[in-house]
Design a protein around this ligand. Structure first.
Ligand SMILES: *Cc1c(COP(=O)(O)O)cnc(C)c1O
Length: 505
């Protein structure tokens, strides 16, 4: 890394801001709060703006180019959602405002709860969980609360297929359960014989990622659900990535008892930088009393006749009265206040924009993934060669080519202006490259990606060093990823020599 440019540009006395005249008396700051040694660059307004714009463009973003990162579904954050979430009536709400003062916000949340329940074929939902993993924890704690409510204390195990998302076994362990890992069969489905052997009266339930992290819809899902129900267990579906199922499959109708969505993967809310998310949980009527709260309920139905005496219809009286309530046997609260409300607004706007054509999202997600899969399968190993859902896995290794890994392919893809796919996940595929084109990319973009991947396969065979040294065109070369994460240099001052040495420059 070169010295941060802004330090080279700074010159003493240059100013970038002109502060407005203060409207309070000027009071000098106490000496002990003033620091003389801070060597901050003095730059003009344009220099500062250009510095930060240039920095922002050193990173790849969905607004700059293709982003086929797998197991993260949609990469589409409609700008109109951002406008909706910034409407002052929403953005300036205070979470402690009385319910009468936030009826509009509660109506939005109520409607979103209803839609999320309906889309998945369930009786109820909650918007409280702040992430997919928190949704999982909610669902597993609900399953536990359900068994305990019946005095059934012998169930200590949850079954988790080895094609599950990594959060699944982690969640079950956090909830105090013992995880029983189930193998996959040669087609990438859950091994039914192993499942049947594991079922028993000590099984609290099963947690299954659908589609699995192999991008596959388990073709024996009904048999799986029946087997687990037959031994008294409940079925949890990790529906973080529902993009391939919207309007096509309702998990509640398949027989699942509880699931979570990731609104930040399926309903367009932003997903970057570990920001606020929503892992909404939907469930059956039986599990509804256990939902984490509060959830929005109608506390008073809309009066059918206006109450203003003059006979005219008063639109305000036409709406029901909404309130935030804890379900009767709730597992409790998972988060302060009411969840990430700004995300609820965005997901609401997204679902409304699509309306009944939400199904088109899924049809395109599946079509795009399968198009790319078929166009690459003669160049890359495809461990499960069958119709995929919204994503698929390739192996990043080539017959007769030593020392080329999935990571090298990913780094080389950056030279073609595209974000790498997910690497080394799922764990059950060697040199995994998990590719998810998403529903929002057009054919020309998919073709450009296919061409880049095919060129990279040629390069791997003819000039493997080109891949091993990639990227060649990025602002920084290949970094030591472990060190880059553990010894992050966040200082904006010129990087000291010792840091260059430590980083092996
Ligand atoms: C992303 C993901 C999760 C975890 O969601 P977070 O919001 O990151 O906690 C769980 N399961 C699957 C299948 C996922 O893709």
């Amino acid at each position: 890394m070169t010295e941060p440019v802004i330090y080279q540009l700074g010159s003493p006395g240059r100013e970038g801001v002109r502060l407005p005249k203060p409207d309070v008396p000027i009071t000098p700051l106490p000496d002990e709060l003033l620091r003389g040694e801070l060597d901050l660059p003095e730059v003009s307004e344009l220099q500062a703006v250009r510095h930060f714009v240039n920095l922002s463009q050193m990173n790849h973003a969905i607004d700059k180019g293709f982003y086929p990162l797998g197991s993260c579904t949609m990469k589409y954050n409609p700008k109109v959602n951002e406008d909706a979430a910034r409407l002052p009536g929403f953005a300036h709400l205070h979470p402690l405002t009385d319910e009468d003062g936030v009826q509009g916000a509660l109506a939005l949340m109520y409607q979103l709860q209803e839609w999320l329940a309906e889309i998945a074929g369930f009786a109820a939902s909650t918007l409280v969980p702040a992430a997919g993993a928190q949704g999982e924890l909610s669902g597993i704690l609900m399953i536990r609360a359900y068994h305990l409510s019946k005095g059934d204390t012998k169930r200590t195990k949850i079954l988790v297929p080895n094609s599950a998302h990594g959060t699944n076994p982690a969640t079950c362990t956090m909830a105090g359960y013992q995880v029983v890992e189930l193998p996959s069969d040669a087609n990438g489905n859950v091994d039914l014989a192993a499942l049947r052997a594991a079922c028993g009266d000590d099984v609290a339930g099963m947690m299954i990622t659908v589609p699995s992290t192999l991008g596959l819809f388990d073709s024996q899902i009904i048999e799986i659900i029946h087997a687990v129900h037959a031994c008294g267990g409940l079925m949890y579906m990790d529906g973080a990535n529902m993009n391939s199922l919207l309007g096509i499959v309702k998990p509640g109708q398949l027989g699942f008892d509880v699931m979570h969505y990731n609104l930040h993967k399926t309903f367009s809310t932003p997903h970057g930088g570990g920001g606020p998310g929503c892992g909404a949980v939907a469930c059956t009527q039986t599990l509804k009393p256990f939902l984490p709260g509060p959830i929005v309920e109608i506390v008073e139905e809309a009066p059918s006749v206006s109450a203003n005496g003059a006979g005219a219809v008063n639109p305000l009286n036409d709406a029901p009265l909404y309130g935030l309530r804890m379900p009767p046997q709730s597992i409790g609260r998972l988060k302060a206040f009411w969840g990430n409300f700004g995300m609820h607004v965005r997901a609401y706007a997204y679902i409304r924009a699509y309306g009944t054509s939400l199904r088109e999202v899924s049809r395109h997600a599946v079509l795009n993934a399968n198009y790319v899969r078929v166009k690459l399968r003669d160049q890359y190993r495809l461990p499960y060669d069958r119709i995929c859902a919204h994503e698929f896995v390739l192996e990043g290794r080539f017959e007769g080519v030593e020392g080329v890994h999935a990571l090298d392919i990913s780094k080389r893809l950056m030279d073609y202006g595209m974000h790498p796919p997910t690497n080394y996940f799922p764990l059950i595929v060697r040199e995994a490259l998990l590719i998810e084109p998403t529903e929002t990319e057009d054919k020309a973009t998919l073709d450009a990606f296919i061409e880049a991947m095919r060129k990279i396969a040629d390069e791997a065979r003819s000039d493997p060093a080109l891949l091993r040294d990639a990227p060649h065109t990025m602002p920084i070369k290949r970094v030591d990823e472990v060190r880059a994460a553990k010894q992050l240099i966040l200082c904006c001052r010129p990087v000291p020599d010792w840091a260059h040495q430590a980083a092996g420059d």
